[in-house]
Design a protein around this ligand. Structure first.
Ligand code: NAP
Ligand code: HSE
Length: 435
């Protein structure tokens, strides 16, 4: 057998502990499929005394994470600390510069510094692998890097955040409130260290920026992702959406337009009966449209110990087998600069929910205001009854297709309207590409 692949793991939380468990449980199998032993040499985390439910006998503990990057007896550094800056970034940069392979689950790091890190990896002739960084257990990076090479990718539609999908599903099926369900997602190990990254759409945007680079051969361009989270979605919206035949999902979409690329993350109404509408709980899905393969949907668990560690191990196996490829498919020097962002020109139908004052003529005044703002209405639902504690009644409009600017102006006008309380909620409706 060839010499063992010697590993150092930085970070022993949800994912790191999961990786150690797989190495322990399937070490012999992995050695057989790789043709060499995979040997865990050293680990590091903040607290040496914490009980992590893993056996680290015979494994060196490093108090200083940077020691893992410089150790002469480590070939592959697995970074599972997290965060786009600080220790994780310093560690990955140092490891690549020292000629060590790197595997990471850190989408924040790649979204902000992916192209620069790819240059470092390529200069050193080492791997920078990150299967676990996008969509948890779904092998989407490998699929795009290898299996879809014969295609020009036209669009990527994804449910890329397990925490949000879990929250939206629980709100729909149990009627529990947002904050309560978020606590469950944290306890299950799904959420980021800062869960506002999940519910604010930032984590999904990190992943989308990576997928867009893989899909379109462009540098990773997180700065131009349009980002909205799920924090304003209520159980009322989920119930209204169901009446209209939709599910509410946090979608991440990248698609080519005239001379540019749209990268957007936002809640969306997705028609029941389409593949993405059926994705529930912690599951993620990625729907790709390739010019040769057509529509392709991959679905699987998007977060949590097992699925994420499973993805890290696939990176380890590639490196052990000597499969070293440019991190973003094309050599970093050949990646195109970010294309012009096109969000302003995006068009869709919209779900518009507002709280209307309960008086004769208020509905007529509101629909007149929408017409004056050039918004054409397809459907209206108004709830009767006493209204909320201020006597306002929820009204929902489904609009015909319009552009972002027109909708934003209409929303601002309604926010000032005497018959409307507060700022209306607007959710885009996605259908065409999803069927
Ligand atoms: P986690 O449970 O919070 O674990 C983080 C680990 O890093 C802990 O072991 C912590 O040490 C260690 N750590 C933090 N700061 C450190 C420092 N300055 N020096 C040394 N060690 C440090 O996080 P996680 O959920 O495993 O996530 C790890 C990475 O995987 C993140 O990039 C995350 O975005 C990504 N990811 C997570 C999931 C998921 O489902 N959880 C899925 C996909 C990707 P202590 O344990 O001693 O505190
Ligand atoms: N916090 C992330 C999620 C972990 O919920 O999807 C997986 O990347």
């Amino acid at each position: 057998m060839t010499q063992a692949l010697r590993i150092g793991i930085a970070g022993l939380g949800t994912v790191g502990a999961g990786v150690v468990k797989i190495l322990a449980a399937r070490g012999r199998h992995l050695a057989a499929v790789c043709g060499r032993e995979i040997k865990l040499v050293a680990v590091t985390a903040r607290d040496k005394t914490k009980d992590r439910g893993i056996d680290l006998a015979g494994v060196r503990w490093e108090d200083d994470p940077m020691a893992v990057a410089s150790a002469g007896d480590i070939d592959l550094v697995i970074e599972l600390i997290g965060g786009s800056e600080g220790t994780a970034r310093a560690l990955v940069e140092a490891a690549l510069k020292a000629g060590k392979h790197v595997a990471t689950a850190n989408k924040a790091l790649l979204a902000h510094h992916g192209t620069a890190l790819a240059r470092l990896a390529e200069a050193a002739g080492v791997a920078l692998n990150y299967e676990a960084a996008v969509a948890g257990g779904i092998p989407i990076v490998k699929t795009m890097r290898e299996a879809l090479a014969g295609n020009e990718i036209r669009s990527v539609h994804g449910i890329l955040n397990g925490t949000c999908n879990y929250i939206l599903t629980e709100m729909e099926t149990t009627g529990r409130d947002f904050a309560d369900v978020l606590k469950d997602a944290q306890a299950l190990g799904y959420a980021e260290a800062d869960p506002t990254f999940d519910v604010g759409g930032i984590d999904a945007a990190h992943k989308l920026a990576i997928l867009a680079s893989l899909a379109f051969g462009t540098e990773v361009d997180f700065a131009n992702v349009h980002i909205e989270g799920i924090d304003k979605i209520s159980a009322t919206d989920i119930a209204f959406a169901a009446e209209f035949g939709f599910k509410v999902k946090l979608l991440a979409i990248a698609e080519k337009g005239e001379g540019g690329v749209v990268q957007r993350v936002h809640p969306a109404l997705v028609p029941v009966g389409t593949p993405l509408a059926a994705v529930s709980g912690v599951y993620n899905a990625v729907a790709l449209d390739g010019d040769r393969v057509g529509h392709l949907v991959l679905e699987g668990r998007g977060a949590g110990e097992g699925p994420t560690a499973s993805a890290v191990i696939s990176d380890v196996v590639d490196i052990a087998r000597g499969t070293i490829v440019p991190p973003f498919i094309l050599p970093a020097a050949q990646l195109k600069p970010p294309a012009k962002p096109l969000m302003d020109t995006h068009k869709s139908a919209f779900y518009l929910r507002l709280r209307a004052v309960d008086r004769a003529g208020s509905m007529a005044a509101i629909t007149r205001a929408l017409a004056e703002a050039s918004i054409s209405i397809e459907r209206i639902v108004q709830r009767g009854g006493k209204g909320d504690d201020t006597g306002r009644l929820p009204v929902v409009f489904i609009t015909h297709e319009t552009d972002e600017g027109t909708m934003a102006r209409a929303r601002a006008l309604l926010a000032q309207h005497e018959d409307v309380a507060g700022t209306p909620l607007v959710i885009r409706i996605e259908d065409g590409e999803l069927r």
